[in-house]
Write a protein that binds this ligand. Structure first.
Ligand code: BYC
Length: 331
């Protein structure tokens, strides 16, 4: 990507420096970067890492909810849950397509997921034990996802930003369906309300962890913010999420499981207790409650779906050959 010129102490040539400065100017002027535009290798790699991990999260994220399709309490709930999970599969596909515009293939990304080289969101390594967990996933997990993703609609890379606009619209339907499940449970019997409280107790802290490590530990944030891939720090988005979500918990009559949570009048936001970062890193590194099960299921699905991919490819090749022959015959 860089051209040759005088090499400085940092290993970059004058022309490299000029290229990086011109690229940064485009970013600062809020111009969208498109697939065929020249871009620094680090920018391309950061996007491939983030977009592919985002896609993997959507695909793995179908599993905890998928386990509840056959146990949804009514036909209406089942139809809404099915539609939500199907949307998540769709989000994974838009995101894989956005990453492919950066020169990585779908097969490579899948391989990275299956080998454990690529991450997916920590949250999906927690089990969905009760029906209230399906409500909590919609309310908290999709709520956290929206808070993070609204900012990504303004990402400097065009295909990612555009994919996020549609994804965010669908995520807000998901968040509503989750919250509505919890409204129903919280207005139901004592046992149902207890079930909702238990789901909040188990999903609150893992949802806060979704935003990623705090300032000093977030290795990519500074550069990603300079390149306007990320618009806010992990901590800022986490705070915004807490401020938006605590009143929603109060409306449900549920208690957020953080004894240190308190409103700070001066900053017009909540202070919260410490996040258990040891737990976060344990889960990210593969030792959460469901990591092994999630990967086992994903590998099985990949194996069992191989014949479908082969058949689709064979059909596409045959059709392309037939169309090419018809074009030749018509000439
Ligand atoms: N889980 O330097 P940092 C959904 C990793 S799906 C696992 O701050 P960055 C939904 C991070 O990757 C929601 N790993 O990184 C689907 C990095 O490791 P690598 C998914 C995490 O990228 C179904 C290291 O920690 N959303 O909505 O600047 C049902 C250092 O972190 C996590 C997205 O993916 C984590 N929570 O910031 C319902 C949004 N956090 O890569 C809902 C797009 C951090 O160097 N992604 N790590 O090996 C992002 O916005 C950013 O990638 C993050 C992290 C904020 C997540």
């Amino acid at each position: 990507m860089y051209s040759q010129g005088l090499i400085g102490a940092d290993g970059k040539t004058d022309e490299d420096e000029a290229f990086l400065a011109a690229f940064q100017e485009r970013i600062d002027a809020e111009q969208k970067i498109e697939p065929n535009d020249p871009m620094p290798e680090g920018y391309r790699k950061t996007l491939i890492r983030q977009i592919s991990q985002h896609a993997h999260s959507e695909i793995i994220g179908m599993q905890p909810e998928g386990n509840w399709i056959t146990r949804a309490p009514s036909l209406r709930r089942k139809a809404a849950l099915l539609a939500k999970i199907q949307d998540e599969g769709g989000h994974g596909l838009y995101l894989y397509s956005a990453a492919e515009t950066l020169g990585v293939s779908r097969e490579e990304m899948t391989e990275q997921l299956l080998s454990g080289a690529a991450k997916y969101s920590s949250i999906f390594n927690y089990p969905a034990l009760t029906w209230a967990d399906i409500g909590a996933i919609g309310w908290l997990v999709d709520g956290a996802a929206i808070m993070n993703q609204i900012a990504l609609c303004r990402c400097s890379y065009g295909p990612y930003a555009r994919a996020m606009i549609r994804i965010c619209k669908e995520e807000s339907f998901h968040q509503r369906q989750g919250y509505e499940i919890l409204i129903t449970l919280c207005n139901g019997s004592d046992e149902q309300k207890e079930m909702a409280q238990d789901a909040l107790n188990r999903f609150w802290w893992p949802s806060l962890m979704m935003f990623g490590p705090s300032e000093g530990e977030s290795v990519h944030s500074q550069q990603s913010m300079l390149w306007k891939i990320k618009r806010f720090s992990n901590d800022d988005l986490r705070d915004k999420f807490i401020n938006a979500t605590v009143p929603q918990a109060e409306f449900l009559g549920l208690k957020v499981p953080d004894p240190e949570l308190k409103w700070d009048e001066k900053k017009q936001g909540y202070d919260h207790g410490d996040i258990d970062w040891d737990e976060f890193w344990r889960v990210v590194k593969g030792d959460g409650p469901c990591n092994r099960e999630r990967m086992r299921t994903r590998r099985k699905v990949e194996r069992e779906g191989a014949w479908v991919r082969e058949a689709a490819l064979a059909y596409a090749e045959k059709r392309a050959a037939r169309e090419a022959a018809a074009r030749v015959a018509a000439e």
